[in-house]
Design a protein around this ligand. Sequence first.
Ligand code: ADP
Ligand code: MG
Length: 345
Amino acid sequence: MKIADIGEFGLIDRIRRTSRRKDRSLLVGIGDDAAVVRLSASRSMLVTTDLLLEDVHFDLSYTDYRSLGWKSAAVNISDIAAMGGTPRYCLTALGIPKGVEEQEIVDFYRGFTMLMGREGMVLIGGDTCASRSGLFISVTAIGEARASQVLTRSGARPGDAVFVTGTLGDAAAGLELLQSRNAACGMRNEKRKVPKSKTACAQLVNKHLRPVPRVKEGRAIALSGCASAMIDVSDGLSSDLAHICTQSGVGAELDGRAIPVSASLKRLSHDLSRPLLEYGLHGGEDYELLFTVPENRLKKFFALEIPASRVGTIRAGKKLLLTDSAGSTRELHPRGYDHFANARK
Ligand code: ADP
Ligand code: MG
């Protein structure tokens, strides 16, 4: 069978089943945002790695090297945040095409260390080689957490409330603006309309190029002891909620009216190709946190005033349902990014 026939997540599951091996220190292995390894009775290490490939994850015609460095750090730090951990160290491996300038790689590391420094992280190693086909970036992040406070994707239960931090859809809309060359808000406008607000446009583009991982919020959610499951929104709300549902063996119902979208996205809604709700539901790369809180812990959770919006409820079964603005409910099919499914089209 071709990999394209089983898709990215089918392949990961196959890898997991092929390499299954018990290890008493391994608390969480393949299948979550980061692996969790027990270090002592109370402490655990979190480890995650992500790959960024030129022309798959980024396009150097509209991404500057500094932003690329920032984002390469952000996507990994976000996976540590999604477990409720504190990011500590990272390693970077680069495959660099021969034509790249030294200054461009220096700029990459300026962006990378800007975010790493903000989070108090240290770069401890990596690998460098020449690439024959595009820039290749692999980052591994290492974090720590109390073993008892780690939040996985598998703890959601029917009745739990579903919350998300921040707003959704900005990064996907920002990418669309960049691709349509409207990013500079009129600088290089071609056939499409120039968006009305330069500030709103810049905010969406910035969210795509320089997402800020929700480390502080992730830690606060984990420390509160209120949440039952958590994931970061990298593929999009529908897909990432589906990951929580699959791992927890549950379904969920989303309230389309409650999905938080930014004022900038609303402002630019007429310049975008799809209805606003589509960005909130399926747009990827916002790196917000999606988490669930059991009903009997809601009061305590609200008292902590962690900024988040309730977007739905976990249900029994397997289905993902969406209630729209007219109040009617229909089945929702996740539409996030699957590398091999996309290759198949
Ligand atoms: P995320 O979007 O949070 O980075 P992914 O969807 O990339 O997560 O990965 C899901 C899970 O599968 C993670 O636990 C990751 O470590 C694991 N995984 C992905 N690819 C591989 C692989 N080639 N070998 C082993 N584990 C993998
Ligand atoms: Mg993740």
